[in-house]
Design a protein around this ligand. Structure first.
Ligand code: MG
Length: 204
């Protein structure tokens, strides 16, 4: 199973990160199978970073094998979604970026890909109109809607499947809106699609 993630897919987040690029193609990176953290297990802050940021994202689970998938057929390749966290070692990412190096160390480390409980898309509604938000210690810190994505889920699937065969169980993190920030030991994170809580865990 692999985890594919999209960077810089919400204009509001790109603005806060001071990226002013005009994107003609999605920015893609991968996480590893050991990145996965689920079932409400705690996230432990790793020792190599002093600035771990949460990025709240809609996560899609692939349900069919596919390669070179046309955008108009992409909706056939997923039927479950959840909300997840793309944990990012921002200090490390900034250093790697500055040096022109790949992001993986800052993005694909153990337990950096948190997922909530997957729910059928039929219970959620249209993939292009999903509202989601993150609460930390009871305060709403991040809020978005898939309607604000630069590259839609179906465009992302069409694009990445040119390079990677998609397999059953693969996950796609679809990018984060504005409002990213640091987590600290003791924080309680709760992620929602609409009013439905799908994600609930602590930082240790
Ligand atoms: Mg992200």
């Amino acid at each position: 199973m692999k985890i594919i993630a999209v960077g810089m897919n919400y204009a509001t987040h790109n603005k806060e990160m001071h990226h002013s690029l005009e994107l003609s193609e999605p920015t893609i990176f991968m996480k590893s199978d050991s990145s996965l953290l689920k079932d409400g297990k705690p996230f432990f802050i790793p020792d190599f970073s002093s600035e771990i940021h949460y990025e709240t994202e809609i996560v899609i689970k692939i349900n069919r094998l596919g390669k070179n998938i046309a955008e108009r057929f992409a909706h056939r390749y997923y039927d479950e979604v959840t909300v997840g966290i793309d944990f990012t070692a921002r200090d490390l990412q900034n250093r790697l970026r500055k040096e022109g190096l790949p992001w993986e160390l800052s993005k694909a480390f153990d337990h950096s890909a948190v997922t909530g409980s997957f729910v059928p898309l039929t219970e959620i509604g249209k993939i292009s109109e999903i509202p989601f938000h993150l609460m930390i210690n009871g305060n709403k810190v991040q809020e978005g809607n898939t309607s604000q994505m630069i590259f839609s889920v179906d465009k992302i699937i069409a694009y990445v499947s040119r390079f990677f065969t998609l397999k059953i169980g693969d996950l796609i993190y679809t990018g984060t809106p504005a409002g990213v920030g640091p987590v600290r030991i003791g924080d309680h994170l709760q992620g929602f699609i609409g009013e439905r809580k799908l994600l609930d865990f602590h930082v240790r």
